[in-house]
Design a protein. Structure first.
Ligand SMILES: Nc1ncnc2c1ncn2[C@@H]1O[C@H](COP(=O)(O)OP(=O)(O)OP(=O)(O)O)[C@@H](O)[C@H]1O
Length: 300
C-alpha cells in the first residue's frame, strides 16, 4: 500500500480536524478524497505530507511512517490556491523549484523538458506566469510537483477554478501520470472529476469517513429504475415492495432498487397485471448522489 492510515486523528485545540480516519491507497491508483467545506480534507493531506502532526493514530506513506525524509523526497504536493510570482517565466519558476528540491544543476534542463512535456507546456516556458491562463498556471504547478520524480502525488483541488477545457487538460495529465505508474491522491469538490479519473475514493464529513472503497462499489449500492408504462393501483402497490423512493407521475415511474435481478420481475408485475410497458431504463447512481446520501446519512 502506498498510503495506509490507522485511526488518524487531528484536533486543533478542542476542535476536530479529522477523526479516526483509516484508509488505504494502493500503488498506481488515482484516489479521490471527497467532502464538503471544512470536512477535514486539507488537514488529512497536510498530515500525510508531514506538514502537520497528528494528535493520535498512525499513518504510513510509501511504506514509511509519516514525516520520514526518504519518503518525503518521493512525494509531490500541489497545494490548494497556490499563487506564483507573475513576473517569473515558466523556466524561472521551474528552475527555482528544482533548486528547492536540490536537483543537480546539470540535470535541470533535461528535467524541465521532461515535466513541461508531461503537462503540455512546451513552447510556453519562456513566457511570464502572468501571461498564463488559469489552466496553464495549474499545469505549471503540477510540473513543479513533478520535478522530484515523485512516486506519490498529492493534488489539492487541482481543477476547481478551471473551465471545462482546463479541467479536461488536468484530467488527461492525471491519467498520463497513472499510466506512468504514479499514485495520485486527489482532493476535490468536483464529484464528476473524481468519478472520471479515480479508481477509489473516500467521502469524509465533519472529520469522519462516511464511505470508502472502489468507485464502482461506492456507486453500486443503488440503481434508479425509470419506467415508462400505463399502470393501475394494483401494479403501483406491487411495485412499491421492490425498492424505495417510488415516484409516480403520469406514465412515468421512478424507483430505487438494490438488485439488477429485480428488473425482469418488475416488468412481469406490470405486464401480468394489465399494465402496458413502453420503456424500462436502469441507471447507476452518480457519485454526486452517493456523496449526498453518504453525507446526509452519515450525519456524525
Ligand atoms: N489551523 C487551524 N486551526 C484551527 N482549526 C482549523 C485549522 N485548520 C483547519 N481547521 C478546522 O478543521 C476543520 C477541517 O478543516 P480542513 O481545512 O481540513 O477542511 P477541508 O475539507 O480541507 O475544507 P475546504 O474544502 O474548505 O478546504 C474545519 O472545521 C476547520 O475550521
Amino acid at each position: 500500500m502506498v498510503i495506509q492510515t490507522q485511526e488518524l486523528t487531528k484536533y486543533y485545540g478542542d476542535k476536530i480536524g479529522c477523526n479516526k480516519i483509516s484508509i488505504e491507497v494502493a500503488e498506481g491508483e488515482a484516489f479521490g478524497l471527497l467532502g464538503p467545506n471544512g470536512a477535514g480534507k486539507s488537514t488529512f493531506i497536510k498530515i500525510l505530507t508531514g506538514l502537520l502532526f497528528p494528535t493520535s493514530g498512525k499513518a504510513f506513506v510509501l511504506n514509511k511512517p509519516i514525516g520520514n525524509v526518504e519518503a518525503r523526497k518521493k512525494i509531490g504536493y500541489l497545494p490548494e490556491n497556490f499563487k506564483y510570482q507573475e513576473w517569473m517565466t515558466g523556466v524561472d519558476l521551474l528552475s527555482f523549484h528544482a533548486s528547492l528540491y536540490k536537483l543537480a544543476k546539470k540535470t535541470i534542463p533535461a528535467k524541465l523538458d521532461e515535466v513541461l512535456d508531461i503537462v503540455n507546456l512546451k513552447g510556453h516556458e519562456k513566457y511570464r506566469i502572468g501571461t498564463y491562463s488559469k489552466g496553464m498556471q495549474q499545469r505549471a504547478g503540477i510540473a513543479c510537483a513533478l520535478l522530484c520524480d515523485p512516486d506519490l502525488l498529492f493534488l489539492d483541488e487541482p481543477t476547481s477554478a478551471l473551465d471545462p477545457i482546463g479541467r479536461k487538460e488536468v484530467r488527461d495529465i492525471i491519467i498520463k501520470l497513472k499510466d506512468m505508474g504514479k499514485t495520485v491522491f486527489l482532493n476535490s469538490h468536483l464529484l464528476s472529476e473524481v468519478e472520471m479519473v479515480c479508481d477509489s475514493a473516500a467521502i469524509i464529513n465533519k472529520g469522519n469517513v462516511v464511505s470508502f472503497g472502489k468507485i464502482q462499489d461506492i456507486l453500486k449500492s443503488k440503481i434508479t429504475l425509470k419506467i415508462n408504462a400505463k399502470i393501475n393501483d394494483v401494479i403501483l402497490e406491487k411495485l412499491s415492495v421492490f425498492g424505495s423512493n417510488l415516484i409516480h407521475r403520469n406514465d412515468t415511474i421512478e424507483i430505487s432498487i438494490e438488485n439488477n435481478d429485480d428488473i425482469p420481475d418488475i416488468a412481469a408485475v406490470i405486464i401480468n397485471n394489465g399494465g402496458k410497458l413502453y420503456e424500462l431504463t436502469p441507471s447507476r447512481q452518480s457519485l454526486e448522489n452517493a456523496f449526498l446520501s453518504a453525507i446526509n446519512g452519515g450525519d456524525v
